[in-house]
Design a protein around this ligand. Structure first.
Ligand code: UDX
Length: 435
């Protein structure tokens, strides 16, 4: 099929590369000349394991083409994915100006019957607005579809190639058939394509992310309570996660959720719920709990040092909002760094992927170390912020020998509290009794 993806951000690139991988002719269009020039040379604007190989392979095979010429990319397409950014407005609602600009181009330039798919996470009602923007100029029939994306950063290719399910909102049989054909290679294992009406598809994306964010905030509050009552949240997590109604995933307490989706989508859904007169009090509480959680690591460090952080050197292991990404958007590390610096501490960080992005944001306000041990060298405490695999099994003897004081504050519960105490560390983690 001839596919056009407009927007070469995170979602657009993954969709384009994966649809090319299954033999479609894909044009990825973006107005950003620099980005497109880079992509033509297989230089990706984001870090995602495996994506570079996909782009390179499919570009070399001629199935994947990058261009800034949006009108010509639209002209001959059978399916057009709109995957441009929807940054939050000041009030938290998604800004649709880029989406509607693409719609306007589709109306003006589409030259054959086409399915127009909203792929960016957009509020309920957006497909209708897109259709309204296309209609006045349209010279060919078009069919709307909403096809939300459930990709996780760091596992995006797998998520796309082997999805749990594909959700597709459609209004016409034409759109349904096209989308079924397009996704057939990805659901051969029997996973479902769930067809539904468009508002339900749009709502599904928000409901999924809001539910997951709710689980995390819930577990973070349970963890904080565990500390007060002397319980161990890891055991509580296993205890409840083995109930098939609850399930084991997304029950890990930590320094608060971050990233480009959860914070933005929860905010947007709170906003929509208020606007539509069905306010979601649950989600407001989820947001509040997450804001509080982002301060927990600082509180723990402060407690260890009796409130005296001036002149202390603190090592951070991890900066990205989660492992396997260089994404710093809404990362709890940024909140922690600001608090530490304000308290007069110096910060030296290590991250396998996100140091470049952190420096772009906050410059040399902190030090950047080549290795995790170099970051810990001479530090009064080491703080685990991100759950990178390489931090899971450190050489504790080496760590202890390079630290000035054997203090470890573990925001991801990577280590065993009993073992850490027996090795002579002062160890704090999330929701495991006093530790
Ligand atoms: C999320 C959704 O999972 C994905 O379906 C959607 O398309 C986009 O948003 P992503 O933001 O890439 O994906 O990351 P995810 O792995 O879901 O983690 C989100 C945040 O929650 C991270 O900050 C992570 O550290 C945190 N988290 C996750 C926890 O604190 N505990 C958990 O148990 C799981």
């Amino acid at each position: 099929m001839k596919i056009t993806v407009v927007g070469t951000g995170y979602v657009g690139l993954v969709v384009g590369a994966c649809l090319a991988e299954t033999g479609n002719d894909v044009i990825c269009a973006d107005v950003d000349q620099g980005k497109v020039d880079g992509l033509k040379k297989n230089v990706l604007p984001i870090y995602e394991p495996g994506l570079e190989e996909y782009v390179e392979r499919n570009q070399a095979a001629g199935r994947l083409v990058f261009t800034t010429d949006v009108p010509s990319a639209i002209r001959d397409a059978e399916v057009i994915f709109i995957a441009v950014g929807t940054p939050p407005d000041e009030d938290g609602s998604a800004d649709l100006k880029h989406v509607l600009a693409v719609a306007d181009s589709i109306g003006k330039h589409a030259a054959r019957e086409v399915v127009v798919v909203t792929k960016s996470t957009v509020p309920v009602g957006t497909a209708e607005k897109v259709a309204a923007a296309i209609r006045p100029h349209a010279t060919v029939p078009f069919h709307m579809s909403s096809n939300p994306e459930f990709l996780k950063e760091g596992a995006a290719l797998d998520d796309f190639m082997k999805p749990d399910r594909v959700v597709v909102g459609v209004e016409t049989e034409f759109a349904r058939e096209r989308m079924a054909e397009l996704y057939a290679p990805f659901v051969r294992t029997g996973k479902p394509i769930i067809f539904m009406d468009i508002p339900s598809a749009e709502m599904t994306k928000y409901a999924a992310n809001a539910m997951l964010a709710t689980r995390i905030s819930f577990m973070n509050e349970i963890a904080n309570l565990c500390e007060k009552v002397g319980a161990n949240v890891d055991l509580v997590r296993k205890g409840i996660g083995s109930d098939s109604r609850i399930g084991p995933a997304f029950l890990f307490p930590g320094p608060g959720y971050g990233g480009s989706c959860f914070p933005k989508d929860v905010k947007a859904l709170v906003r929509t719920s208020e606007e539509r007169g069905a306010p979601m009090g649950v989600l407001k509480a989820v947001e509040d709990a997450n804001e509080k959680q982002k301060h927990r690591l600082f509180q723990k460090i402060t407690e260890v040092f009796g409130g005296q952080l001036k002149g202390r050197r603190i090592a951070l292991w991890g900066l990205a909002f989660k492992a396997n990404t260089d994404d710093m958007r809404e990362s709890p590390a940024l909140v922690l760094i600001e608090e530490l610096l304000t308290a007069g501490a110096t910060v030296v960080a290590h991250d396998p992927a996100a140091m470049h992005e952190t420096r772009r944001r906050i410059g040399d306000a902190i030090g950047y170390a080549k290795t995790s041990y170099e970051a810990a060298q001479g530090a009064d405490a080491m703080v685990v912020v991100t759950d990178w695999n390489e931090y899971r099994f450190p050489d504790f003897a080496r760590l202890k020998s390079v630290l000035k004081q054997p203090v470890v504050v573990d925001g991801r519960n990577l280590y065993d509290p009993t073992k850490m105490e027996s090795l002579g560390f002062t160890y704090r983690s999330i929701g495991r009794g006093r530790a």
